[in-house]
Design a protein around this ligand. Structure first.
Ligand code: HEM
Length: 535
């Protein structure tokens, strides 16, 4: 271990010296922004590790507007390296723009000048593998996305309603059982197994028993690893961004328990994917009827090599870790934060329960329930599980602004030149709380804004309710319809049967650790609520 630490320290020091030696001025240095409290961390601790998510970010937005500059680690923005008689521009991370202006966000999402930033790209490739949809770029991404989109249309997703109803019953039974020990229940723990079961059954057509205990354990470890964030993680992410993509698989062999667990997770999810796919192909060869899960719909026994409109068995199998993590943790955290808001807003909870009772009997039309849908939209607006997305400019470009800004040198500008390699943080949570767009009460949880028509009506950015919680453009969430239906069914089933209130010593707050999640006073993930059974 001392040897590894020494190597890491030398690496970090060389990197810093290299950056200082070859610094180049950034094109965004005159964009106003908060002063940097630390040369090592810049403003990142305030942005990523505040006590409650957004403590600083939302105040910065109020003070500096919808586009401002922050410092990331080590205070240098980019390098111009002169070697062998040529100039090489090496993009670095220090000056970043934080953007919540809808016009700029639209430009980033819809255009071709940006892609995932290096930290995000490396993390996604390491955890999901380089052939997973979320890791692909350009034409291979378009092809895979077009194939996978067919499994996530409104009609395709509707057939999973019975799956969600079953897993909601499982959740209700678990909650009833836990109530025997007392009314205080950690909602995050209660949501874990049912949301995992929902994605396993709908995506893979298998039960948790068929998935196996080891995979469930490793999935828990992976979630814990994703849900830990410290100063050391922030520094490690800066260095991690510089690992070339072809070296990433070696990162999994780093001698830490986190990487050991992650390596194990990639192995067990790969094996599960291969087992599922070969079982389904074998069943189809024997003339058995295919199930109606997502993997079965994607598999074509004849697709042995890459085709334009079909995935090979191997390509389907490689999506397994991505579906498990993207499909479970995001939905579970959104539901937990939503139930927490319900516990805080008991009057609204009563109104919602009345709407649910009046819908019982016959086929339930979830989309036609105004309060249920207003509640889900408001939860997604206030608590987008990915509140920030790191993007990097792939070419020199010019970022348009809805409103001109005054630079620190006194110039009024309505666009900002961006150099290739510039990192931009798309601030979805800030966009969704901008008072000039959503009203002076944008910081309040208020589902009625969705029923009284006072929400922001500008050009649609994301696929759902003009929110960016599912991102937007070609990389918008593949599973957004799946997630909405799952949340409708779960909230309907739980609010019908249970009431939720806050304990007296409530200290839960939204925290960013991989995704936005509820955290307790000790910083650990958790959301203890008082639950009582009504039926
Ligand atoms: C409330 C629940 C969910 C939220 C808030 C959410 C949010 C997001 C966001 C913000 C992205 C874009 C990430 C990026 O590229 O920066 C994304 C991508 C993705 N999501 Fe979701 N997601 C949710 C549920 C789901 C579910 C249930 C599934 C699968 C069944 C899913 C599958 C995916 C996939 C595969 C991608 C990658 C898409 C691509 O790169 O083309 N998500 N999601």
């Amino acid at each position: 271990m001392p040897y590894v630490s020494a190597c890491l320290a030398i690496l970090a020091l060389s990197y810093i010296l290299f950056r200082v030696a070859f610094r180049r001025h950034s094109t965004i240095e005159h964009v106003p922004g908060p002063p940097s409290p630390s040369w090592i961390y810049g403003n990142l601790l305030n942005l990523l590790l505040p006590v409650t998510y957004g403590d600083h970010e939302f105040a910065w937005q109020r003070q500096y507007g919808a586009v401002y500059r922050i410092k990331a680690c080590f205070g240098v923005s980019s390098l111009l390296l002169h070697a062998l008689g040529r100039s090489f521009h090496i993009p670095l991370q220090a000056d970043r723009l934080v953007v919540s202006d809808p016009l700029s966000l639209q430009f980033i999402l819809r255009g071709t000048s940006f892609k995932h930033g290096p930290t995000l790209e490396n993390a996604v490739t390491t955890v999901f593998g380089k052939k997973a949809l979320a890791s692909l770029q350009g034409e291979p991404h378009q092809r895979a996305r077009a194939i996978l989109n067919r499994a996530f249309t409104a009609n395709a997703v509707r057939q999973f309603q019975p799956v969600f109803e079953r897993t909601t019953q499982m959740m209700a039974a678990q909650l009833e059982e836990s109530l025997m020990a007392g009314p205080l229940t950690d909602i995050c723990s209660a949501l874990f197994t049912p949301t995992l079961s929902a994605i396993a059954e709908a995506a893979f057509g298998c039960t948790l028993e068929e998935m196996g205990d080891e995979l469930i354990t490793q999935h828990r470890h992976a979630i814990v690893m994703v849900a830990s964030r410290s100063r050391a993680h922030i520094l490690a992410e800066v260095l991690y961004a510089y690992i070339p993509s072809n070296m990433l698989r070696f990162a999994l062999f780093l001698p830490t328990s986190a990487f050991r667990n992650l390596r194990r997770y990639t192995i067990v999810t790969r094996k599960l994917g291969e087992r599922l796919v070969s079982g389904k192909l074998e069943a189809s060869r024997r003339g058995l009827e295919m199930d109606n899960d997502i993997y079965s719909s994607l598999l074509h026994p004849d697709a042995s090599q890459e085709e334009k409109d079909a995935m090979t068995a191997c390509e389907v199998a490689t999506q397994t870790a991505m579906f498990l993590i993207a499909g479970q943790e995001t939905t579970a955290n959104t539901l937990a934060l939503g139930l927490y808001e319900l516990a805080k807003n008991v009057d609204f909870q009563e109104e919602l329960r009345a709407e649910i009772y009046s819908a019982i009997g016959g086929d339930i039309a979830y989309d036609s329930m105004p309060l249920l849908n207003a509640f889900i939209k408001e939860t997604l607006r206030m608590h987008p599980v990915t509140p920030l997305t790191e993007q990097v400019a792939t070419e020199d470009t010019v970022l348009p602004l809805s409103h001109a800004i005054m630079t620190t040198s006194g110039e009024r500008i309505s666009e900002i030149p961006i150099r290739r390699g510039q990192i931009i943080m798309m601030a979805h949570a800030s966009y969704q709380r901008r008072e000039s767009l959503w009203g002076s009460d944008a910081g309040e949880f208020k589902p009625s804004r969705w029923t009284d028509g006072t929400t922001y009506k500008g050009d649609a950015l994301g696929p759902y309710a003009n929110l960016l919680s599912f991102l937007g453009g070609p990389r918008a969430c593949l599973g957004w319809r799946f997630a909405i239906l799952e949340m409708q069914v779960v909230i309907f089933g739980l609010v019908r049967k249970f009431s939720f209130t806050l304990p007296e010593d409530d200290s839960v707050r939204p925290c960013l650790a991989g995704t936005l999640m509820p955290a307790m006073a000790n910083g650990n993930k958790g959301c203890p609520l008082l639950v009582s059974c009504l039926l």
